[in-house]
Design a protein around this ligand. Structure first.
Ligand SMILES: [Zn+2]
Ligand SMILES: [Zn+2]
Length: 276
């Protein structure tokens, strides 16, 4: 297998090593503890929500997606390191894998070609999560270019090792901590991504501000709940924008995160060592 494990075997490995334990321990384990054990439910669930914001909204939504995949903003290497570290804790795949699926498959072929791996044109379940259980050859032109960046390479190469080391350390601090701080928020974000990929690419469920070539829509309530992710037609209409807000009522809470991140003025061409 190559450095970053392309092709069919990567999918099964990722599913077995993180997705399945994450769902079982995150949903099943937290439900058992909430209903059957005498724990401080409000405290643990509040911690889970904060952790979801950190690993899902900041890690995946802001850094995997807006920063690495779309290069919507630029920041300092240590902020990049923290943001990408948070992203891998969501357990949705290494940065290389996530960016390749999102840019080299989804945006490039959105709903128009079977190479869009999670399009609902191949069925609702396929879009929600089924695509992750199928073998496919990963296209990775955009993601390969990002390997020139040290943090992207580091977290892509050692994704599993870092993820499970953090889980182990948290377990040693408190046995419930991995369940409420890693598995449950990761499982929630797995379903957030599934909801956006399926409902937000089916025209009958929402409305459109941009006449794009794909089936993308905005869903107001889901957009509020997912910190802007479900204003998905706005994203496909203007993919390089930092936020997904167009109308005043389309509240994209991820703008709070973007406001707090210090930006640097270096261009992405400099960062990727591309000659202009
Ligand atoms: Zn999309
Ligand atoms: Zn995107």
């Amino acid at each position: 297998m190559s450095l970053l494990g392309q092709s069919k075997f990567q999918i099964h490995k990722g599913t077995l090593l993180i997705t399945l334990p994450q769902q079982l321990l995150g949903i099943g384990g937290s439900s058992y503890l909430v209903f059957c054990e005498n724990i401080n439910v409000m405290l643990w669930l509040m911690a889970s929500y904060i952790s979801w914001v950190l690993i899902g909204v900041v890690g995946v939504g802001t850094f995997y997606h807006k920063y690495w995949a779309h290069k919507s903003f630029n920041t300092y290497w240590f902020i990049e390191l923290i943001g990408t570290f948070l992203g891998i804790l969501a357990g949705l795949g290494a940065p290389f894998f996530w960016v390749a699926v999102h840019m080299d498959h989804h945006h490039r072929y959105a709903d128009r070609n079977s190479l869009d791996l999670h399009s609902p044109t191949k069925g609702f379940f396929n879009a929600y999560c089924g695509w992750q259980f199928k073998a496919f050859n990963l296209k990775s032109k955009t993601a390969k270019r990002l390997l020139r960046c040290g943090n992207f390479r580091l977290f892509s190469k050692y994704y599993y090792q870092i993820y499970w080391t953090v889980v182990l350390l948290l377990f040693l601090i408190h046995p419930y901590a991995p369940i409420f701080l890693i598995f449950l928020p990761g499982a929630i974000h797995f379903h957030v991504e599934g909801l956006v990929a399926s409902f937000c690419h089916t025209k009958r469920w929402g409305y459109r501000n941009y006449e794009t070539d794909d089936e993308s829509v905005n869903i107001l309530l889901l957009g509020w709940l997912t910190w802007g992710a479900a204003f998905h037609n706005n994203h496909h209409g203007a993919p390089r924008k930092c936020h997904n807000r167009l109308e005043p009522y389309e509240i994209d809470l991820s703008e709070i995160v973007l406001f707090l991140i210090p930006k640097c003025r270096d261009s992405w061409s400099e960062k990727l060592k591309i000659k202009s």
